[in-house]
Ligand binder design. Structure first.
Ligand SMILES: Cc1cc2nc3c(=O)[nH]c(=O)nc-3n(C[C@H](O)[C@H](O)[C@H](O)COP(=O)(O)OP(=O)(O)OC[C@H]3O[C@@H](n4cnc5c(N)ncnc54)[C@H](O)[C@@H]3O)c2cc1C
Length: 451
């Protein structure tokens, strides 16, 4: 008889696991049932800001694989079905069909939890008003579209992290007046050092964004249930549309209620094979905590890169293979108009907080040979450990061609290299691509000479 794999959550982690397990096993050996409370599967949430901006022509373009396509692969996908309880002793999941409200009990031999994360939404007065939303799903993007269709002119984005920045860019692109309200003293303040974030603030203001830093939101003013302003500690900001981007917290309540271990970070605890502490229960994606490769600590880094990888690894292991997740560095990239912003490892501030005797060295460089048309300025900050010279992290802010250079530094970091070693690496050069000393080599070399 076929074993039965039940998957909760039909997006990046869940469906990567399903697809991988399906590739490795026949339906005779493994039945795969995936329950998803939404109506879509495998959609690229990462593309939502670009859908809002009008760069992606339709929501369907963001759907990587439809429920029908998964079913054709031999995966029993049940959309509009929500898992409401797990019984690890009986090895069952109680599932509610959201269409007709009926509940059923599904037996599993193996269970994968891929429930993702939810956006943080403080209980501010007025947060439920029409026009106040988050951008996490295609339905949210449709709601933005409806507000624009209804004539929204003034948008306020709460939070200047990755998503806040991308949404602000998209709404500017659509011709709205955009205000960004941020509690910290800099945009991207949680993931960049202040000296690097300054360049992002300049770019936002130059683009016409009213950027209000060090500003606390206290609630929302409404008229007839519709938002009219964001209330802040320094006064109201008029708004027809508000998008909240304050980060996420893992959806781990279902696991916690079933007695499955959840860490202090709020993420489900898993080992490097993505096993939870409960037999036959696996978890992957935004709902889990991962090991940070530099600090060794457990962290929740909610990114699609990890969700896809972890889903695939869990699927491999569930199907009887051997795969392990190597941990995270917090490598990430975004852009605001022409400015590319990227980071990996620890910032100088994070390194200090983690107990490293760290030094941060910033280098100004050019994306191409300076005489070559289109050369763009960039700043690279390298963080290293004093004494050993070990690379601890890096940040890049600069024009086109700057951001993806972070991957070279992430590779070096993954392999525990020193800044001296990075400065001596054999990187490519021709004038259209870099100066003869690539900015990565320059930055690492400068850090090495300071240590
Ligand atoms: C606007 C935006 C931009 C982003 N940009 C990037 C980017 O540029 N780069 C990057 O690496 N990452 C980016 N991300 C993050 C990335 O999208 C997520 O890390 C990734 O989608 C996580 O995948 P997941 O499968 O773990 O969770 P999710 O994608 O959240 O999927 C979880 C699924 O589980 C379902 N579910 C939850 N609970 C239940 C239940 N009880 N029963 C049934 N179904 C349930 C949910 O409906 C959901 O579909 C972005 C995210 C957003 C929102």
């Amino acid at each position: 008889m076929a074993r039965r794999l039940v998957i909760i959550g039909g997006d990046a982690a869940g469906m990567s696991a399903a697809s991988q397990a399906r590739r490795m096993t026949s339906p005779d050996a493994l039945e795969i049932v995936a329950v998803e409370r939404g109506s879509r599967t495998s959609y690229a949430a990462c593309g939502l800001p670009y859908l809002v901006a009008g760069l992606v022509e339709s929501p369907d373009r963001l759907v990587v694989r439809t429920p029908e396509q998964h079913r054709a692969m031999g995966i029993d996908v049940r959309t509009r079905h929500e898992a409401i309880a797990i019984d690890c002793g009986a090895r069952t999941v109680t599932v509610r069909d959201l269409g007709i409200g009926r509940e059923s009990v599904e037996h599993y031999d193996e269970l994968l939890i891929g429930t993702g994360a939810s956006g943080i939404a403080p209980q501010w007065p007025g947060i439920d008003a029409e026009g106040v939303l988050q951008l996490r799903t295609l339905d949210d993007a449709a709601q933005v579209e409806r507000r624009l269709g209804a004539g929204a002119r003034r948008a306020v984005v709460v939070g200047a992290g990755y998503i806040g920045l991308e949404v602000a860019e998209g709404l500017l692109e659509r011709g709205l007046d955009v205000t960004v309200v941020e509690l910290l003293g800099a945009p991207m303040g949680a993931v960049l050092d202040a000296d690097m974030a300054a360049g992002v603030a300049n770019a936002m203001r130059a683009a016409g964004i009213d950027l209000r830093l060090n500003t606390a939101v206290t609630g929302f003013a409404t008229v007839a249930g519709r938002v009219t302003a964001v209330e802040t500690a320094t006064g109201p900001v008029a708004a027809d549309l508000v998008v909240i981007g304050l980060g996420v917290r893992p959806n781990a309540d279902l696991a916690r209620a079933a007695g499955i271990g959840v860490g202090e970070t709020g993420g489900i605890i898993v080992d490097d094979r993505l096993r939870t502490d409960t037999p036959h229960v696996w978890a992957a994606g935004d709902c889990v905590e991962s090991r940070h490769r530099i600090t060794g600590r457990s962290v929740v880094v909610a990114l699609g890169t990890h969700a896809n990888k972890q889903g695939r690894i869990a699927g491999t292991n569930i199907a009887g293979g051997q795969a392990a997740f190597g941990g995270v560095l917090g490598t990430a990239i975004t852009r605001f108009q022409g400015v590319e912003i990227a980071r990996t490892g620890l910032t100088e501030r994070e390194a200090g907080a983690a107990g490293f005797d760290a030094i941060g060295v910033t280098t100004e460089a050019s994306s191409r040979a300076q005489y070559f048309p289109g050369a763009q300025p960039m700043k690279i900050k390298v963080v290293a450990e004093r004494g050993t010279g070990r690379l601890l992290g890096a940040q890049i802010v600069g024009g086109e061609g700057a951001g993806k250079r972070i991957d070279v530094l992430a590779t070096a970091l993954w392999n525990d290299m020193t800044v001296e070693e990075v400065g001596g690496m054999d990187l490519s050069y021709a004038p259209p691509f870099s100066p003869v000393w690539d900015p990565v080599l320059l930055a690492a070399g400068k850090a090495a000479s300071k240590i």
